[in-house]
Design a protein around this ligand. Structure first.
Ligand SMILES: Cc1cn([C@H]2C[C@H](O)[C@@H](COP(=O)(O)OP(=O)(O)OP(=O)(O)O)O2)c(=O)[nH]c1=O
Length: 228
């Protein structure tokens, strides 16, 4: 794999137009009185890992999971896909957030041999994913998006992970632990799945669900400091 295979990643900024601002999912105007309050961060995610990772860098938030369809568009590249989902999650979270709220959404996928692996839908799906990852390298892409009613900033972070060779029996035992079922690629690097990992090149926290250095920089652009 070369750098040009995953040309990470500058921050993408999208300014919301007047039309966007009146749209129900992202609408509203910040009024003067509320503008003086410290910004409230809303985490639009059901992932306990993302809440823990934010806590790790001293950022407090309220948690409001959102439900959006996670379907790859025709011709959509993995990097575009994760970025779109993170932005859609953030925008959906803004819909019923308080005035002045800042919302963070994120998405993680595993990319192996050009295939996008999300969370396994069942045991067989997980076993196929783990066998596919066995003895080879894959990429984990995590996008983070932060939005208020005026703009969205987003960034995609790609990490390369190399797996040891796994036996079918090992994959079955791993499934039985319950760990793979809610994780992209059917493994958790932060858990028992760590024993499968021969090497990692990139951001560990991004593999777990949120790239902390990049997230901290994005939050600071919205006036939310880390380590408070
Ligand atoms: C590869 C890998 C993924 N994961 C997790 C991170 C994400 O929570 C999950 C990928 O699914 P996502 O759809 O990104 O997130 P989610 O469904 O958990 O939460 P939400 O959509 O509400 O934000 O996989 C790990 O915890 N460890 C790992 O090593």
């Amino acid at each position: 794999m070369t750098d040009s295979d995953y040309p990470d990643t500058k921050i993408t900024e999208i300014k919301k137009t007047a039309a966007d601002s009146s749209a129900p999912e992202c609408g509203g105007v910040l009024n003067g009185a509320l503008a003086n309050r410290p910004p409230q961060l809303v985490l639009a995610s059901a992932s306990p890992r993302r809440a823990e990772l934010l806590q790790q860098i001293g950022v407090s938030c309220s948690v409001r999971p959102v439900d959006i369809p996670e379907v790859v568009g025709q011709g959509e590249q993995p990097q575009q896909f994760v970025a779109r989902l993170a932005r859609e999650k953030a925008c959906a979270g803004l819909a019923d957030a308080a005035e002045g709220a800042i919302v963070l959404g994120a998405d993680t996928v595993v990319v192996s041999d050009g295939m996008i692996l999300g969370k396994p839908v069942n045991r067989e799906d997980a076993l196929v994913m783990l066998q596919q990852l066995s003895g080879s390298r894959h990429r984990v892409m995590t996008a983070v998006a932060v939005t208020n009613r005026e703009r969205i900033l987003s960034q995609v972070v790609t990490t390369e992970v190399e797996f040891r060779t796994l036996s079918r029996a090992q994959c079955e035992r791993y499934w039985d632990t319950g760990e793979p079922c809610d994780k992209a690629g059917a493994y958790g690097i932060q858990g028992l799945g760590a024993v499968f990992v021969a090497s990692i090149n990139g951001s560990y926290s991004a593999v777990v669900g949120l790239p902390l250095a990049e997230t901290a920089a994005l939050l600071e652009k919205f006036g939310i400091p880390v380590w408070q």
